[in-house]
Design a protein around this ligand. Structure first.
Ligand SMILES: Cc1cc2nc3c(=O)[nH]c(=O)nc-3n(C[C@H](O)[C@H](O)[C@H](O)COP(=O)(O)OP(=O)(O)OC[C@H]3O[C@@H](n4cnc5c(N)ncnc54)[C@H](O)[C@@H]3O)c2cc1C
Length: 378
């Protein structure tokens, strides 16, 4: 396994726990959970539009609901609800369509009137540049403690015999006659019959080592947190139109984010104008927060696919697998991603839930367009 982010660690854990495969090494170039896993804004939801994604993210949601018990580690999963605001008639229609589609898939969701939005979020300004016409609410959605997710999976995997090797960058993927041989690393060559790559923003770099191309672009995505304040934001609120989202951590920090920086890059930082734009949008939605000071800002590198959906796939090289393309929204999928990827690697066949997410869809044209349900809504 290459990459000790949440997805790689979850995959290793389920390989050992569900499939009885214990001779797994997770190779990490930095420290475990130091990539996007520790840099995200921790939003968890499963209200995606299309059947394929709703079912995949809902599997993850069901795993989240028992994860602390399963790992025996408190991942602080807090189902405080996720609200997506609608500001135009078109957004109202799209949002209601998504809620209906979600319900057909057994995913909870409800439509809120502006008055109901105000009841749940008393300090929101309903009459910003784009007035709030309503919103969707997934009550089972919420947030989780991202570091705890990485540590919880790591500890549980380690207990089952998985080796987690940090400071061990993979520098080359060796193959012979179309079959995987192993990987070169900063600590030497490691022979392996199967190599599974879960490196988020570095997916194209690793694919290049194997001589294949992936339809992935790597962009910076930023987030920021304020000084801690008393509880004032009790759910997760997102707006595609004003273009920002906010929640409040258990420490009291306001956790804020928006969209990707448009340029490609591997620097884990972003541009100043994205921060300005994000905070303008937040102050527009929450004028009462205009004097709150921001404490920290950072960036991660997100792996964006053309249809805003993950690629969980075998490759043309026997024994080589990729799990990537989660872009701005993969944290919420961590347990589900690990669950289906472990199945794919163990059986050399996709799990029914990730069959549609093979890289082949970019040749066949069976894309799963989630841009609408993803957007700013990580
Ligand atoms: C600012 C920001 C906010 C976000 N907000 C949300 C959100 O609210 N909700 C949500 O669902 N998602 C969110 N995301 C997306 C989410 O963080 C990612 O989709 C998810 O964490 C990806 O997990 P991962 O385990 O695949 O990647 P990572 O945690 O990035 O793990 C990949 C690992 O691979 C390692 N690696 C790379 N190259 C090599 C190599 N050559 N050899 C060995 N190891 C290597 C890296 O060091 C890294 O540790 C956000 C992302 C960012 C950046």
């Amino acid at each position: 396994m290459i990459g000790a982010g949440g997805h790689g660690l979850a995959t290793a854990y389920y390989l050992a726990k569900v499939h009885g495969i214990h001779n797994v090494a997770v190779l990490e170039k930095g420290w475990l959970g130091g990539g996007n896993t520790a840099r995200n804004t921790t939003i968890v939801r499963s209200n995606y539009l299309w059947d394929e994604s709703a079912q995949l993210y809902e599997k993850a949601m069901q795993l989240w609901e028992g994860l602390s018990q399963d790992l025996n580690y408190n991942v602080m999963f807090s189902q405080r609800g996720v609200m997506n605001l609608a500001h135009t008639l078109q957004e109202v229609r799209d949002t209601q369509r998504r809620i209906n589609a979600n319900r057909y898939n057994g995913v909870d969701g409800e439509w809120l009137t502006p008055a109901q939005v105000q009841e749940i979020v008393p300090n929101i300004n309903l009459n910003s540049r784009y007035p709030v016409l309503g919103g969707s609410f997934q009550r089972r959605g919420g947030v989780a403690r991202h570091d705890a997710v990485a540590w919880g999976f790591a500890r549980a995997a380690d207990r089952l015999g998985v080796h987690i090797i940090q400071n061990c960058p993979v520098t080359n993927i060796r193959k012979k006659n179309g079959v995987i041989e192993g990987v070169d690393t900063g600590k030497g060559f490691i022979k392996a019959k199967k190599v599974a790559v879960v490196v988020a923003g570095h997916s194209s770099v690793l694919a290049d080592m194997a001589g294949i191309r992936l339809p992935i672009e790597s962009h910076p995505l930023q987030a920021l947190v304020s000084e801690p304040v008393k509880p004032c934001v009790h759910t997760v609120i997102m707006s595609n139109a004003v273009h920002a989202y906010i929640s409040q951590s258990d420490k009291g920090d306001l956790v804020i984010g928006a969209g990707i920086d448009q340029y490609l890059g591997y620097g884990q930082r972003g541009s100043f104008q994205s921060i300005e734009h994000t905070l303008q949008a937040i102050v527009e939605m929450f004028p009462s927060l205009s004097r709150v000071r921001m404490n920290r800002q950072w960036g991660g590198i997100v792996d964006v696919s053309p249809d805003a959906c993950p690629i969980i796939t075998k490759t043309g090289i026997k024994g080589l697998y990729f799990n990537c393309g989660w872009g701005t929204g993969g944290f919420k999928a961590t347990p589900g991603s690990g669950w289906v990827f472990a199945h794919t690697v163990a059986h050399d066949e996709p799990h029914p839930l990730n069959k549609a997410f093979s890289v082949d869809r970019f040749y066949s044209g069976h894309l799963i367009d989630e841009h609408g349900a993803a957007a700013v809504a990580h």
